[in-house]
Design a protein around this ligand. Structure first.
Ligand SMILES: NC(=O)c1ccc[n+]([C@@H]2O[C@H](COP(=O)([O-])OP(=O)(O)OC[C@H]3O[C@@H](n4cnc5c(N)ncnc54)[C@H](OP(=O)(O)O)[C@@H]3O)[C@@H](O)[C@H]2O)c1
Length: 343
């Protein structure tokens, strides 16, 4: 039975720095307002992804996507189940993924929804992590920019997070010696004992810079953090080193990003520092998803979720990404999943 009303969370005001309690507001709307037309589906949202990029989408400035507007449903990737379909391509009960936003139900055009296959060893929520934007970011950034050769020394910042933890594992798989940087003892332990990285550094340790020098110079850096960590790594490059600029989470809440002091080492070491946006690889997603699904199914790829329950928790949980409160992929469980169609 359908509910009388549903909830969504909209952008209420743009934060200057940190996300505040007034940044978002909840709205309750009649379920009957969720009309769909031919070529559309109505999706019941089960899981939503919380991503550092959301902070950027709140800024009214030019970027790779338009900013979320005041009063608009907060943009977010999700997975869900088709509840009603006026599309030839989808049936009621299909598991799907798309940019549903912070809402319990979403009326979506068929072109903006993708069917997902929940097979053995893979859960639907994996499509927000290893098989979603985070995993694909790790896969393509590492492949195209870090361009690893066996024996390379790879450093990963934000290593216990959703993107970073997969980069560490794919780096090991490519034959690199992997050094991880994270900000808490339990995260460091997980990386070393369960993910098998060669050495972990806690960047909050007073001896971090000194300890890091013990590994010598490095060949590749997958950077999720930017700021001081990036600046320090710029002094540790081997000739021909590659830096994948995936993200700069240390700077996302700042009015202006901090400048780098040590970038001239890129000249002396013939280094490369390159940004990338994962959506540019969309055509190649299916092949990568197939490969990563095999890793999940055979247990060679490990993942961790940090789950918060209930749509109303999304605005409270989002700042965790900036304080290090999450280990692994931060997701919101919006509703119970019906028995998925197993394939
Ligand atoms: N280029 C692309 O297409 C693309 C796509 C997706 C994601 N990204 C980027 O990838 C990065 C990782 O995203 P994710 O989803 O995997 O997030 P995440 O790593 O799961 O979560 C964020 C983590 O960043 C660390 N952190 C936060 N503030 C920090 C600071 N000031 N200094 C150092 N570390 C800090 C925290 O871990 P600690 O406890 O270790 O500090 C926190 O748990 C982000 O920068 C994101 O924007 C880029």
């Amino acid at each position: 039975m359908n509910p009388a009303n549903y909830k969504r969370i909209v952008l209420n005001s743009r934060p200057e720095t940190d996300i505040e309690p007034t940044t978002f507001r909840a709205e309750t709307l009649p379920f009957s307002s969720l009309e769909i037309e031919t070529g559309q589906v109505l999706v019941k949202v089960t899981w939503l992804s919380l991503d550092p990029a959301m902070r950027g989408w709140l800024r009214d400035r030019r970027s790779y996507l338009l900013p979320v507007q005041i009063g608009e449903t907060m943009r977010a990737s999700g997975v869900g189940i088709v509840l009603k379909s006026l599309s030839k391509d989808f049936e009621v009960g299909d598991s799907v993924t798309g940019i549903f936003g912070w809402t319990e139900f979403a009326a979506m055009r068929e072109a903006n929804v993708r069917k997902i296959t929940v097979s053995n060893g893979v859960q639907s929520v994996d499509f927000l992590n290893t098989l979603g934007i985070s995993g694909l970011t790790a896969y393509f950034g590492l492949r195209d920019i870090c361009d690893l050769k066996p024996g390379d020394k790879l450093v990963v910042s934000g290593a216990a997070g959703s993107v970073g933890s997969l980069v560490c594992q794919l780096g090991k798989r490519a034959g690199a010696t992997v050094y991880a940087i994270a900000g808490a003892p339990d995260k460091c332990e997980w990386l070393e004992k369960e993910l098998g990285v060669d050495r972990v550094f806690n960047y909050k340790s007073p001896t971090f810079h000194q300890d890091f020098k013990e590994i010598g110079f490095i060949d590749a850096f997958f950077d999720n953090v930017g700021g001081d960590i990036l600046d320090m790594i710029l002094t540790r490059l081997n000739k021909g080193a590659r830096i994948a600029m995936c993200g700069a989470i240390s700077q996302y809440n700042s009015v202006e990003a901090k400048g780098l002091q040590n970038y001239m080492n890129l000249i002396a070491q013939r280094g490369k520092m390159q940004g990338f946006i994962v959506i540019d690889y969309a055509k190649e997603f299916p092949v990568a998803i197939e490969e990563l699904s095999r890793g999940l199914a055979d247990g060679s790829i490990k993942r961790k979720f940090h789950i918060v329950e209930g749509l109303e928790q999304a605005p409270i949980a989002l700042p965790m990404l900036f304080s290090g409160g999450n280990t692994g992929k931060l997701v919101v469980k919006v509703s119970e999943e019906p028995q998925a169609k197993q394939e």
